[in-house]
Design a protein around this ligand. Structure first.
Ligand code: T3D
Length: 262
């Protein structure tokens, strides 16, 4: 298919592929719209327990398609705040709020907003040949799509600042060693590894994963007291689920748990 986003439904999870390989899967408006629709479909589908996001061809995503930002076409006074508000910010919020795990399989270069969309996912694994590039400073922009938030929290301000100011292409292994991503794997192992994770989540307690995401996300801005209160509230909710009953019963009966996504 030559659609800019491919959505494959597997047994219990979905694979969403950015598919404009000639442009290293840079975002145009149609790609944004189709990605949003695919994510909405996954969110609404109780049969979908996890999402794998990846890219077609040799890149993961080169950020905004700059051919749609040609100054001779868009004129003197572009409002990039508006495009963030319309496309990138809702995408980041949707990935974070998705009530099931989102695995990003970074198959190749992730640049500009492409890098930061990857970092908005819950678990990032990257092929060793991939690089993460905060390319923005090269075109006189600032890191967006959450970049300044992810980088400062994940790798600290010293590394965040240098990555942002220099646009240094950070190899996947360094990204993993620094704690920016979960793992760097051999290129030919990437999809196998992502699939293994997704299959695990697909047969796991989806509701508990959603609650876990909420708790972890709240931690970076909460006080300890507020976070302990939140854990109490969310654990109360988890403890009343059928999945919890099943999980404990399965443990006591020494058998695998049979979760039903409740
Ligand atoms: O505007 C707003 O709405 C605000 C939001 C902004 C968000 C942003 O993401 S701003 C940052 C935009 N992205 C970039 O600045 C990255 C631009 N790309 C690159 O720097 C390089 O392509 C890479 C470092 C990512 C990869 O380099 P390399 O040497 O491996 O590949 P290449 O030859 O540069 O790219 C291959 C093709 O993809 C090439 O086309 P061609 O020559 O084969 O016809 C190249 O022009 C095209 N391509 C790559 N990135 C983009 C792109 N075309 C349009 N837009 C791109 N972002």
């Amino acid at each position: 298919s030559d659609a800019p986003v491919l959505h494959e439904q597997k047994d219990g999870y979905s694979v969403i592929t950015l598919n404009r390989p000639d442009r290293l899967n840079a975002f145009n408006e149609l790609q944004h719209q189709q990605l949003r629709a695919a994510l909405d479909a996954c969110e609404a589908d109780a049969g979908c327990g996890a999402i794998v996001l990846t890219g077609a061809g040799r890149g993961f995503c080169a950020g905004q398609d700059l051919s749609d930002r040609d100054p001779t076409l868009i004129g003197e006074n572009p409002d990039l705040g508006k495009t963030l508000e319309t496309f990138y910010n809702p995408l980041v919020r949707k990935l974070r709020a998705m009530p099931k795990p989102v695995i990003c399989a970074v198959n190749g270069v992730a640049a500009g907003a492409g890098a930061n969309i990857a970092l908005a996912c819950d678990i990032v694994i990257a092929a060793k040949s991939a690089k993460f590039i905060q390319a923005f400073s090269k075109i006189a922009l600032i890191p967006d799509a959450g970049g300044t938030y992810w980088l400062t929290r994940l790798v600290g301000e010293a590394r965040a600042m240098a990555l942002a100011l220099t646009a240094h292409p950070l190899p996947a292994q360094d990204a993993a060693d620094w704690g920016l991503i979960w793992r760097a794997v051999e290129d030919d192992q990437l999809m196998e590894e992502a699939t293994r994770l997704a299959e695990g989540f697909a047969s796991g307690p989806t509701r508990a994963y959603a609650l876990t995401k909420r708790a972890v996300h709240a931690a970076s801005t909460n006080s300890l007291d507020a976070q302990l209160d939140l854990e109490r509230q969310l654990q109360r909710e988890a403890g009343r689920s059928d999945d919890y009953k099943e999980g404990v019963s399965a443990f006591l009966e020494k058998r695998p748990a049979n979760y039903r996504r409740k």
